[in-house]
Design a protein around this ligand. Structure first.
Ligand code: NAP
Length: 303
């Protein structure tokens, strides 16, 4: 020990100092689990064929994970699987399923029972932009089934089936529209609030047990589904983030917190607004922006 002090206190860089430094770094790295040690060699993305789901699948494949990809769009699901298999040299399992049907859970768990799959991303959602009263009754149930019931049950059974003492990760896609009730996406926003509340609560319940749970509260993201909403921008334009940035920044935050807002622009705006203004004013601003972006569609002559 006196030798150690002597070397460290000696000014300047000497070979002994470098050796000690390298040794300390390797000790630290040795204690840190690699991504695959922490989350298994297989990852699962529900709603993986395009957009954010595809970006999460790519980001996980890039970390060397084999992927279980679930979607209801057959052609795009197979195309995404081919792309990531070729690009990252990993294996995929493709499940063509309707995630709004709770019976699909059985196929999901059968597909992972023999695999070391300890990471799931629940991405699929239903979220059209329209006035509340323009929905059909069956659509109201569809929101609950796809956006809330399935992630709730999937999370529950996934945690329950984990081998004793194993570490794992769960990401539930939420939205800024889940943080503040937003007109024209009311039922969608309500289901997204359900997801962020669930993930945030479970983050605290499971953090000491090695199970990382995170809600990704994305803002406008450049996916085919977002583009198909045909937003009309005025002076205020929400920052539109690329799916790759949303996926990468979310994976980096897994295990560090329970709620993540991807995109520096979104984080700055939300942090500024929520620190400077009251909740009522922020909610007013969000709702006004939404009206400006989509209200034109529902003016009387368009009905
Ligand atoms: N894009 C944004 O601006 C944005 C903003 C905030 C939060 N988010 C959240 O991010 C997630 C993804 O967003 P996104 O809408 O842009 O979608 P996306 O990632 O582009 O695609 C989602 C995938 O899930 C599939 N899917 C939908 N319903 C399904 C079902 N019943 N069974 C199986 N697969 C199904 C979709 O197919 P179909 O095309 O057939 O539906 C699509 O391939 C959602 O949870 C959303 O709430 C998105």
């Amino acid at each position: 020990m006196p030798f150690l002090y002597q070397v460290l206190l000696n000014p300047g860089i000497c070979p002994d100092k470098i050796l000690i430094f390298v040794h300390l770094i390797s000790l630290t790295i040795g204690k840190m689990k690699s991504w695959k040690e922490k989350y298994g060699s297989w990852g699962l993305v529900a709603g993986a064929a395009e957009g954010l789901g595809k970006a999460f699948s790519e980001a996980l494949a890039n970390r060397g994970m084999h992927m279980i990809l679930i979607d209801n769009q057959e052609e795009k699901l197979y195309a995404t699987a081919d792309t990531i298999e070729n690009k990252y040299g990993i294996r995929t399992k493709k499940l063509l399923l309707d995630l709004s049907v709770i019976g699909s859970l059985q196929a999901i768990f059968e597909s992972i029972e023999d695999l070391d799959c300890r990471l799931i991303v629940y991405n699929a959602a239903y979220g059209p932009v329209k006035p509340f009263i323009k929905h059909s009754v069956s659509e109201l149930d569809y929101y609950i089934d796809l956006n809330s019931r399935m992630p709730l049950h999937l999370t529950f059974h996934f945690i329950k089936n984990l081998p004793e003492g194993s570490s794992a990760g769960i990401i539930l896609l939420s939205s800024l529209a889940g943080l503040y009730g937003t007109n024209l996406v009311a039922p969608y926003g309500a289901t997204k609030a359900f997801n962020f509340n669930l993930a945030e609560a479970l983050y605290h319940e499971y953090r000491s047990k090695g199970i990382d749970i995170l809600a990704c509260c994305a803002g406008a993201t450049d996916t085919p589904n977002y583009r198909n909403t045909f937003p009309k921008y005025g002076i205020i334009k929400p920052s539109v983030t690329s799916p790759r940035i949303v996926a990468e920044s979310t994976l980096k935050k897994l295990g560090k917190k329970g709620l993540h807002i991807p995109g520096i622009g979104n984080r700055i705006i939300f942090s500024l607004l929520s620190h400077i203004f009251t909740r009522k004013s922020v909610s007013y601003l969000m709702n006004k922006t939404m009206q400006r972006m989509y209200g034109y569609r529902f003016e009387p002559e368009n009905d």
